[in-house]
Design a protein. Sequence first.
Length: 415
Amino acid sequence: MKARYNYRIYPKPHQIEPLAKAFGCARVVYNDALWLYKKALIEGLPIPKDVDKQVITQAKKTPDRAWLSEVSNIVLQQSFRDLQTAWNNYFSSLKGKRKGKKVGLPKFKKKQSRQAIRFRKGGFKVHSQSVKLAKIGHVKMVVSRPLPSSPSSVTIIKDCAGRYFASFVVEIPQPIPPPSVPPNRGDAEGRGVGIDLGLTHFCILSTGEKIENPRLHKKMLRKIKKANRRLSKAKKDSLRRKKRKLRLAKLHAKVKDQRTDFLHKLTTRLVRENQTLAVEDLNVAGLIKNRKLSRAISDAGWAKFKTLLAAKCDKYGRDLIIVDRWFASSQICSCCGQSGGRKELDVREWECLYCNTVHDRDINAAKNLIREAGGQSDSEKRDNAVLDGAFKVRTQENPYPHTAPWLSPMSDCRL
Ligand SMILES: [Zn+2]
């Protein structure tokens, strides 16, 4: 099993220029090669076999590209290989040979966005507090945790906020023994936990716990708006504009880091404490189109939450069950299974007409999710699991055969 380990690196002032050159040259090689590939595609010709020679070896001899020789050849070769991979991924995705999300045609890289170069074995060496890069030298690295095995490659990244990172690809042993699940977690029958995603609270667990939504972007909104205003007033191509752009990028980076930290901590906790996790299959991309809610939803980071949850469940051997998007989790009574009918969004609490239980709307929904997920044994679950993107989706059986109407689509379109 492959994993990525990321570390912050701090290049010395005299290393920044060679790094910038390497980023620039790698980008030029990538773009030149992509241009040749696209030209061949448009003209309907086969892709020439010597593209790498054309864009690297021969290009170095021309006055236009002579500066390519100043950079390690490993970086340039790797940049070309990365383009080949991206190109092949697009075509295998197009033909349906590739699992998961559709991959687009590679795009030309821009000078202003995030920059990256990659070193394969032979081009770098890891030391206890630094990483040695070809033609750049030892770069100070903060090793927050040791690497589990020797890495096969390293990507050096400079993000928009001007920070440098080293990202290693390492092989980790599979399977990792799952951390112990404390007994009596989840609902009364110990089946696991249902997770209902919300905006007032980030999520509500079937155990009754409500997890606060940190609303990070909203907290920074005033500063971000101000930085945006100041940026728009600066003259084009001026040094001041550059500085203000960096300031804005730094604010965005801070929000992103805080959100990632929150989501990692939450998902790790949930996966550690439960064997089975049930979440709703929300159509995040569709919901974001709702203009009133888009900022709040993007801020909450639901999509990233689910990606992390899926990855961690996979790593630790937990069962993640994605309950159908049309399952009316907020309509059914989690006690007796009777449908209480559709409820408006402002109804936060309701009483079941059949068994007189008073429900908190969200906790009831979370309980229904895990109840819906717990209908089958583990082996059956695995048989029925179909990999759809990153998520295991299971065909559903009605656990309450006497109440069928809620299974009809569109019965609970809550937003
Ligand atoms: Zn009831």
